[in-house]
Design a protein around this ligand. Structure first.
Ligand code: SF4
Length: 362
């Protein structure tokens, strides 16, 4: 390992923000010893700042309809091969109640960008779940208007996930027809201004991505000061224009999770389902490299195979109760503990304490 790389790792360990050039240089390294060291460091930073708890989120994929046409995604509007579904509002509420019974402190309501669920309809669903449970609600329903975000927040939505996917404006535009990175970032800032706990994140291995792109991805997370960060590999879907592209590397994705933990010690970082889909022990490896969240699926089983953003997705065949047991076993096998309660990120809690209850959403 060169002296320059050693100094860079020491800089990260000390919590000093690296420059884009320095991060690019680090990301370009292929020596596995370097990455082993970075992963171990990330694991110790995770232990020191957010402890051994792994927070669980019950994921409800309530609609696979989408008005957008992202080139990498199986849910894209032009994928005619996909059978589409929507959960009835009452079934969404019932599924959230099941997540509550299973002991998950949070539900994630996720869908394609589906205008069928209007501002008012989603607001009613949120209000009913909040009225009947102590669950935190995370929304992941894409780019919507400020008024929609505001009403959902008012009705009790706590968090919002909106990955930025790539921080390169030209690459972003080429992957997202008629959309811009600028608009995406505007949405993230609007969500923050409304007091949501905000999540962004990116894909690793996108065609045209370079080490510098990844460095910019990481620095954008820091700049936006997000609370939650989802990072997953690009997995080519056969029913999309990117079918023949090469997929992202598992190892590089774990490495990006580790770097993210070093740059943002108090954020919540999931070991994504996509990591478990690439390798049977993928989520465990990611938990050991800085991650502290898992998102077991509670979507009714009959719909799960249809939420196919990428092929080979795991956990489409188990009942929700089985997932709970399986996930718990995986957490314990890593020497970690199962988090209880809503499990807001420490980053968000600290900011809320600093700026008062509005930011805390209480
Ligand atoms: S990534 Fe999201 S917005 Fe884009 S097509 Fe897929 S579901 Fe729709």
């Amino acid at each position: 390992m060169s002296r320059k790389i050693k100094a860079l790792i020491a800089k990260l360990a000390a919590g000093d923000g690296p420059s884009c050039e320095e991060l690019t240089l680090l990301i370009s390294q292929t020596d596995s010893q370097i990455w082993q060291e970075i992963r171990l460091l990330a694991d110790s930073v995770r232990a020191k700042h957010v402890g051994s708890d792994v927070h669980l989120r019950g994921l409800i994929e309530f609609s696979n309809h989408c008005r957008a046409n992202c080139l990498y995604c199986g849910l894209r509007r032009e994928n005619r091969a996909l059978v589409r579904y929507r959960l009835e509002p009452q079934e969404i509420v019932e599924t959230a109640l099941l997540a509550d019974q299973l002991g998950y402190g949070t539900v994630v309501l996720q869908s394609g960008e589906d205008p069928f669920y209007t501002k008012e309809l989603l607001a009613e669903i949120i209000a009913e779940i909040k009225g009947r449970t102590e669950l935190a609600i995370t929304l992941s329903v894409g780019e919507r208007t400020f008024d929609e975000y505001a009403l959902w927040r008012e009705k009790g939505a706590d968090r919002y996930l909106l990955r930025h996917e790539t921080a390169d404006p030209a690459l972003y535009a080429s992957l997202h027809p008629k959309r811009t990175l600028e608009e995406r970032v505007k949405c993230l800032k609007a969500l923050r201004s409304l007091g949501y706990e905000v999540g962004a994140g990116f894909m690793v291995g996108l065609p045209g991505q370079t080490p510098e792109t990844l460095a910019r991805d990481l620095l954008l997370l820091v700049e936006l000061d997000v609370d939650m960060i989802g990072i997953g590999p690009f997995v080519p879907n056969p029913h999309t224009p990117l079918a023949r592209e090469e997929g992202g590397s598992f190892e590089q994705t774990v490495n990006m999770v580790a770097l993210t933990r070093l740059l943002m010690p108090t954020a919540n970082i999931p070991a994504t389902t996509a990591m478990g889909s690439l390798r049977p022990d993928g989520r465990e490896i990611t938990l050991k490299a800085g991650a502290n969240v898992l998102m077991p699926n509670v979507t009714p089983k009959r719909f799960r195979p249809l939420y196919e953003i990428y092929p080979g997705k795991i956990c489409t065949d188990e009942e929700a109760g089985q997932c709970r047991l399986c996930i718990e076993g995986r957490i314990k096998s890593c020497g970690r503990t199962v988090g209880t309660g809503q499990g807001a990120s420490l980053k968000y809690q600290q900011r809320s304490a600093l700026h008062g209850n509005h930011a805390a959403g209480q």
